[in-house]
Design a protein around this ligand. Structure first.
Ligand code: SF4
Length: 964
């Protein structure tokens, strides 16, 4: 900066930005590993055109003076996976082809006059993206590895060379070994807009393997899926305003939902109390009326103790429980399994379950509606029944069994498991019992814990016992997601006319069959998703890394770590795959050959990533990273292709019900040779087409053994040339045109305005689970279709289901939610390493950003309690070695009284290159595979897109720490 200020040098706007960022960010952050060392100049690039040279400036003051002048303002957003907070409308100011700054648009409408609106929306990460996008870590042109993988040596090549060499590898793989060995790690950058459309079309046409990484990253919400038959349901954030008890249980919304957090504050003006249940006194606890401390891994015990008090003090909603849950259902005492129609009648239905009516005795529970009419299911029936073979067996309700179970979880007993003082447990339970509308702030924390499903089942139980569903401002929630439903139609259109017609006709036939069998709209969609999943439309990302990435090796010692497990986890895995409870593509033994990381970063993300490098990388013929910035994965790739960053492409993106407005934006500018994801996929499809033609390959066998055309691939991809390489805008518009849940929304208007409110949930598994109406003038309260309209839930029992009798749950003693001690993952060490989303980045996108680092310690840091630091001789700001049986790494320590003794916290998504010797903190996370996650077979326990697949976990990792 001195240099800029000290002399009469000539500096244009781009140079000014780059000098400032490279000087203070690049050097300070030790980004030398990222600088792309090139050994040869590029061949001429395919478009986009270089930006015309901007005018020169005398010095930095000229640049600053012109900050308030611009050539154009466009609407855009950050097409990053900021999930719970997604998304926000921004005005982006462009001058001389550069984005100069951004500003929140703050023009969302008032939904109800008595409820706060959504303005303004944004966060500090988004507010500095105009700086971030010119960071030295940006990828400017295609790069090819010029040394060993991971050596950091690169050669600049042209797009043509990059795509033709990658296409060569793909065609060889398709021709010699099978197209399912081409792997797409879609990462969290999925937009459901033009970006997703391009990759989905190419992946489907090639019958290649797309990884579903939702459960892998720990967002699988298995406990929610086990209980509700779906995981995706959520309220709009303004619905908090109707709540009188808002519970942040394992969540930290003032870090993770910055644009939504004001609704919590505003609800307090309306009389709501905020309760935080967390091990640490975090940024959200500061705003709470009651902070309830809990041991990491103790939440299920706490939840069960709350249930015990609620039942003991008769603060439960019996009418709600009888109608909406499986608690009145009968279970056989001799087997511990539900009483089924097949028990009572020869040839009876396995899925028909029973409850006990005081007048009629055992009665088949209605499955097409929750309306009970004159039926009165008893909650505490305990009786004998004659089976079809004449055998007499004792049956009791799930509720009776639950009461027996939770007798062991009095506040006094549970306190030793969860660490919460008994009077506080009792008070918390009474607050739940008294609340008119208690709700839960969504969190994906527990999906990242080995026994997190037990916690989620328990949380759902607390809200069910108190009847806190379907009322405004009430309810435990799952995972938030809301998207348009135009993409499936767009993908289908890439198939040739006769095939498309056949697929549509088969789909309609199946839909009719299911509807006649009493399936609701959401059940039909989930069933279609399960079928597609079984056929390999997508595959479990977690299982892919366990099996093909060798991560299962880290679970070898699981029997030592998990005292409840009686057999090797590999045996359970084999059983699961053999019985088709879970699926994996490519099949074990068929090694992956070509892999794409699409604005993803698996070597940063995957727990235990050194195993992936050891087991998977040598099998890969070609590893390609497509991203706008260099990442830990890019450093280990063969090719790195520059993707357009968020202000550099026309796009729209999914949101969540928390913010029920689709967001769209126009391309504001371009950057060097970066291309949009659609264009990259389009050019790749063309390159594969050409390569196959050059080799005379006209078709290939797909994974089911059917012959598929390879000839004319690009023609199919582009719908006969209708959607060309640069047609992002047209593709994005085509998706909106095909959507049924954006009625009256015109693409041209949407991209100028930046947002439009969804008009309904639409017909897609991503959104339908919220089971509520979206109206222009009211908040969204989830599950009202079930609670008010009596639509059955998509579970085996058609109710909110707390009892699971699938074999693996019986084997592990988890028919009902129980407390289990967390495994000592990584070895028997005294500290438990946890984490969470950070305030200063969305995943790794801003982790090495100069401005965000200035708000923290400037480098990766681990939070540690005073009680744990002192005996180890560690002071605030010291560097420490963290270790367990798997490995070690070094990190700066932040000693904080807010941290619970026995716990250390690393907020996630630091890139490996930010650590000494590039050893990131994920290297000692074993992520053991939980056996019940391998279950399947039963109605709602079968895997589908997004859910009911195995996951990766990290919240149980045991470590010790010593001064480095
Ligand atoms: S990063 Fe996400 S939450 Fe932050 S301003 Fe951008 S869209 Fe909004």
């Amino acid at each position: 900066m001195d240099r800029v200020m000290s002399g009469p040098i000539h500096l244009d706007r781009r140079s000014f930005l780059q000098a400032a960022l490279a000087g203070s960010a690049g050097l300070a952050l030790g980004l030398s590993a990222l600088s792309c060392r090139e050994s040869e100049p590029s061949e001429p690039a395919l478009g986009p055109q270089r930006i015309p040279a901007p005018p020169e400036y005398g010095d930095w003051r000229d640049v600053y003076r012109e900050r308030w002048q611009w050539d154009k303002v466009v609407r855009s957003s950050h097409w990053v996976n900021c999930w719970y907070q997604a998304h926000c409308a921004w005005n982006v100011y462009v001058k001389d082809g550069l984005v100069w700054r951004e500003e929140q648009s703050a023009d969302y409408p008032q939904i109800r006059p008595d409820v706060p609106d959504f303005n303004p929306r944004g966060c500090q990460k988004g507010a500095c993206f105009s700086e971030r996008m010119y960071d030295p870590a940006r990828i400017r042109h295609p790069l090819k590895r010029a040394g060993e993988r991971g050596s950091g040596k690169w050669k600049r090549i042209s797009w043509e060379q990059a795509l033709s060499e990658i296409a060569e590898s793909m065609v060889t793989t398709i021709d010699e070994e099978g197209s399912d060995r081409i792997i797409w790690d879609q990462g969290p950058g999925i937009s459901m807009g033009a970006q997703t459309a391009g990759n989905a079309r190419l992946s489907v046409l090639l019958d290649s393997t797309s990884l579903d990484m939702n459960t892998e990253i720990g967002d699988g919400h298995r406990g929610v899926g086990e209980t509700f038959g779906k995981i995706l349901f959520e309220r709009s954030a303004d619905d908090y305003f109707f709540s009188d008890m808002i519970v942040c249980w394992g969540s930290n919304p003032y870090y993770t939902q910055i644009p939504n957090a004001h609704f919590l504050t505003e609800a307090r003006y309306n009389g709501a109390q905020i309760v935080c249940i967390t091990p640490d006194f975090n940024a959200s606890s500061v705003h709470a009326d009651l902070w309830v401390p809990v041991k990491p891994g103790g939440d299920a015990a706490l939840g069960l103790a709350i249930c015990q008090v609620l039942i003991e003090e008769d603060m439960i909603d019996r009418e709600f429980i009888a109608e909406q849950t499986d608690l009145p259902f009968l279970v056989r005492e001799d087997t511990g399994l539900f009483l089924r129609d097949s028990d009572l009648h020869e040839g009876g239905d396995e899925d028909e379950l029973y409850f006990h009516d005081a007048q009629r005795g055992a009665v088949k529970a209605p499955r097409r509606t929750l309306e009970l009419g004159d039926l009165r299911p008893e909650l505490e029936a305990d009786t004998e029944i004659t089976l079809h073979d004449g055998k007499r067996v004792r049956v009791r309700t799930v509720f009776s069994r639950l009461k027996d179970l939770i007798a062991a979880y009095t506040p006094e007993e549970a306190s030793s498991l969860c660490g919460t003082p008994p009077p506080m447990i009792r008070e918390l339970a009474q607050r739940f019992g008294r609340a008119k509308a208690a709700c839960m702030v969504t969190s994906s924390n527990f999906g990242k814990a080995y026994h997190g499903n037990l916690t989620e089942r328990t949380q759902a139980l607390v809200y069910a016992l108190t009847g806190n569903y379907g009322k405004k401002g009430s309810g435990f929630v799952g995972f938030p997601f809301l998207t348009h439903d135009g993409i499936e139609k767009f993908i289908l259109e890439s198939f040739a006319f006769p095939i498309r017609t056949v697929i549509s006709a088969m789909g309609k036939f199946e839909e009719t069959r299911l509807r006649l069998a009493g399936f609701t709209d959401e059940m039909i969609l989930y069933e279609q998703s399960r079928n597609a999943f079984a056929m390999g439309m997508r595959t479990s990302g977690a299982l892919f890394w366990y099996i093909h990435g060798g991560l299962i090796e880290a679970s070898e010692k699981l029997q030592e770590w998990d005292p409840y497990l009686d057999r090797p986890i590999k045996e359970v895995l084999e059983e699961s795959l053999e019985k088709n409870w879970q699926y994996i593509w490519p099949k074990p033994g068929n090694d992956p050959r070509v892999m794409f990381s699409l604005v993803s970063n698996p070597l940063r993300r995957i727990r235990g990533y050194p195993l992936i490098l050891e087991h998977l990388w040598p099998k890969l013929r070609t590893m390609v990273t497509i991203d706008w910035r260099m990442t830990s994965t890019g450093l280990w790739s063969d090719y790195v292709l520059p993707a357009a960053a968020w202000y550099e492409r026309t796009e729209h993106k999914w949101v969540t019900p928390l913010m029920p407005f689709i967001h769209a934006g126009e391309k504001a500018t371009s950057f060097e040779e970066a291309k949009s994801d659609w264009e990259i996929m389009s050019r790749l499809a063309e390159a594969v087409d050409k390569e196959a033609a050059a080799r005379g390959i006209k078709s290939f066998k797909d994974r089911t053994g059917n012959e598929r055309p390879l000839e004319g691939l690009y023609d199919a991809f582009s719908s006969g040339g209708e959607y060309g390489h640069g047609d992002d805008d047209k593709v994005a518009g085509a998706l909106i045109e095909r959507a049924s849940n954006l009625e009256g929304v015109e693409w041209e208007e949407l991209k100028k305005k930046g947002w439009a409110r969804f008009t309904s949930l639409g017909n897609t598994i991503g959104s339908i689970g919220t089971a509520a109406d979206i109206t222009p003038d009211d908040t969204i309260t989830p599950l009202t279709h079930h609670v008010n309209d009596k639509q059955p839930y998509p579970t085996l029992s058609r109710r909110i289901q707390f009892y699971l009798d699938q074999e693996l749950y019986v084997e592990m003693g988890e028919q009902l939610p129980v407390h289990k001690e967390p495994p000592t993952a990584g070895g028997d060490y005294p500290l438990i390493l946890t984490g969470g989303h950070t305030r200063w980045s969305i995943h790794s996108a801003w982790r090495d950003d100069k401005l965000m680092l200035q708000l923290q310690r400037g480098e990766p840091a681990m939070w540690m309690s005073v009680e744990d630091a002192e005996p180890r001789g560690i002071s605030d700001g010291d560097r420490a070695k963290v270790f367990n049986d798997l490995d070690s790494f070094e990190i700066l320590v932040k000693v904080a009284p807010a941290v619970r003794p026995g716990e250390v916290i690393i907020y996630h998504a630091w890139d490996n290159f930010q650590f000494k010797d590039q050893k990131g903190f994920q290297n000692l996370i074993a992520s053991p595979l939980n056996p019940v996650e391998l279950a399947g077979g039963q109605f709602h326990l079968r895997p589908m897109d997004i859910s009911m697949q195995p996951s990766h976990t990290d919240r149980d990792t045991r470590v010790d720490v010593a001064l480095a």
